[in-house]
Design a protein around this ligand. Sequence first.
Ligand code: GLN
Length: 194
Amino acid sequence: MVKVGVLALQGAVREHVKCLEAPNTEVVIVKKVEQLADLDGLVFPGGESTTMRRLIDLYGFFEPLKQFAADGKPMFGTCAGLILMADTIVGQDSGHLAVINMKVQRNAFGRQRESFETDLHVTGVGEDVRAVFIRAPLILEVGENVEVLSKYKDEIVAARQGNFLACSFHPELTDDHRFHQYFVSIIEEAKSAK
Ligand code: GLN
């Protein structure tokens, strides 16, 4: 049994909860810092990364989240959540939680393709993973220890560094729960390695 939180300060929270629900998973909607204490993993939903960061600071989540990451507890961010996890964001002086060594560009697909859907191969997850992109960020570069999990055309759209997982798109907006199952398997591994 693993206990997974979804950070619920802003964004598409319920959708993630639905995808995570499984017999081996307890899901917690996280609104208070104290709730982080007994979680095995945490999801950052899509939404608006600047707003999420403001609320993270306002409610005193920043240092506890850094500590959560430093403890090696798995994190998974989708879209705005991916931006929160990147250590470099184009046009900004610094990243937010900076737990994945990658450079990202916000709203990278331009007006014409603000939203679209496609099927992608995602290493560890499978074939034909339905991917919904909404004002999505792109991963422009990744560091040495980062594994590229998926590309759309030539662009990197999903990556993993150790226990930290991120994708540009929204697996939580589909009925395909394989991406979340993959995250739960990372949590299970991390837990049994302790
Ligand atoms: N463009 C948003 C941001 O920069 C992310 C969009 C999303 O999460 N759907 O935070």
